[in-house]
Structure formats: structure tokens, C-alpha cells
Design a protein around this ligand. Structure first.
Ligand SMILES: [Zn+2]
Length: 97
């Protein structure tokens, strides 16, 4: 449960997704009481592809040899940074509208 900033009601954490053209998706939470929306994140095809890469790398990590762990962890960090920047860029673009 999370608390709505606007009306102080508590509601269940249920993420909903809105799709835009260009493969962009916005996930958000909506307060059932007052209808206030809270943006969780933005993703596009590129970001979701990166998310998939991270999942694959995490799988790899769980069965990796000790000497490979560092390089895999670094790859994950690089992808995460890329995602963070792009999510912020998407968000800025959409919230400026
Ligand atoms: Zn509310």
C-alpha cells in the first residue's frame, strides 16, 4: 500500500501502462480515490531491449566463473546508466508537453 500525496488515502500498488506511438510506454499508479496519477517510469523499445539484456546478464552472472563476475557486473552498470539517462530524457520530453 502507498499513500496518495493529494488526498492522503492509501491504495494498492498496481502499476498501469499507457502506450504511445513510437513504442513508448508510460507506467503509472493511479489513486482510485481522487484519480491522481503518479508516473513510475517511461520506456521505449530501446530501453526495453536493454532491460532484456540486463536480465540475460543477470542470468549469466548467477552461473559465472569468479573471474568473469567483474566484467559482467561492469556491463550491467554500463547498461543501467544508459537506461537511466534515456528514461530521464523520455520523461523530460513527455512532461514538457
Ligand atoms: Zn488520492
Amino acid at each position: 500500500m502507498i499513500k496518495c500525496d493529494k488526498c492522503d488515502e492509501e491504495f494498492e500498488l498496481k502499476v498501469q501502462v499507457t502506450k504511445y506511438h513510437g513504442g513508448i510506454e508510460k507506467s503509472f499508479l493511479k489513486c482510485p480515490c481522487c484519480g491522481e496519477r503518479y508516473t513510475v517510469s517511461f520506456t521505449d523499445k530501446g530501453i526495453r531491449a536493454k532491460q532484456y539484456e540486463i536480465n540475460k546478464l543477470r542470468d549469466k552472472l548467477s552461473s559465472a566463473e569468479v573471474e568473469d563476475v567483474d566484467s559482467i557486473t561492469k556491463q550491467i552498470d554500463v547498461i543501467k546508466n544508459y537506461m537511466r539517462k534515456n528514461i530521464l530524457r523520455l520523461r523530460a520530453k513527455f512532461e514538457a508537453k
